[in-house]
Write a protein that binds this ligand. Structure first.
Ligand code: DC
Length: 226
């Protein structure tokens, strides 16, 4: 029997551009597995935090990587769960502190190398829509479809603000925009696998598009290429 044919769609872009919403819908529509790679950086950060290791402690982080066992599982609704050393930490990693922690520790090459196989294994086993920062440039450089999804920092901050206030939480728009700018800077200026548009990626600026318009655009590109 021949090997089963799998496809990958790589979606990269800055924080808050709507990658996960978009990638989830595209994956559902194509019948692919959605892989949120930011979640595994967050889980590594979470482990370090649990162990009392700060984001600046490069040696400590490298030493403790050996104790990190990560698995990605999917529930009946197709939602990804991150299992860290047998514990489901899917909810725990979604805090502003873990966003910051993930962005800082993701700059270390040892952390990036450590997570590379897990990401590539997923794409070998399944057809995937994978989102992150370096999927098209480093993790899956041969993906047949790469999308670089962006939106202005102000629009991204406004979307996040709306999301929080709709949940009844108080949120400071200026602070959100400041955090977004800080994370963009860190992700784009790190030495190893910085966030950058792959040469062969399709640029999609969603500032003035609805999510449905973006989903349709990606799906039509996927249909053309696969
Ligand atoms: O997508 P996210 O916001 O959950 O990602 C959290 C951080 O993890 C992000 O600021 C940078 C890092 N990251 C990365 O370096 N490479 C990826 N492929 C995904 C995330």
């Amino acid at each position: 029997m021949g090997e089963k044919k799998v496809y990958s769609v790589a979606i990269d872009g800055p924080a808050g551009a709507g990658k996960s919403t978009l990638a989830k819908q595209v994956a559902q529509n194509l019948g692919f597995v959605y892989v949120d790679t930011g979640a595994i950086y967050r889980a590594v950060g979470y482990h370090m935090d649990l162990m009392g290791i700060g984001p600046k402690d490069k040696d400590g982080i490298e030493r403790l990587l050996d104790d990190v066992n990560l698995k990605l599982t999917y529930d009946a609704g197709g939602l990804q769960h991150v299992i860290l050393n047998g514990m489901d930490v899917t909810g725990e990693i979604r805090t502003p502190e873990m966003s910051r922690m993930a962005s800082l520790i993701s700059a270390y090459p040892a952390v990036r190398d450590f997570l590379l196989d897990l990401q590539r294994d997923m794409a070998r086993q399944y057809s995937v829509v994978m989102d992150g920062r370096d999927i098209g440039t480093a993790v899956l450089p041969n993906a047949p479809l790469k999308v670089y999804l962006t939106a202005s920092a102000h629009v991204r901050a406004l979307r996040r603000w709306k999301e929080l206030t709709e949940k009844g939480q108080t949120a400071d728009l200026a602070k959100i925009e400041e955090d977004i700018n800080e994370r963009d800077y860190q992700d784009m200026h790190r030495e190893h696998s910085p966030l950058v548009q792959a040469e062969d990626a399709v640029l999609v600026d969603s500032s003035e598009m609805t999510i449905d318009e973006v989903v349709e655009k990606i799906l039509s590109l996927a249909r053309e290429r696969m």
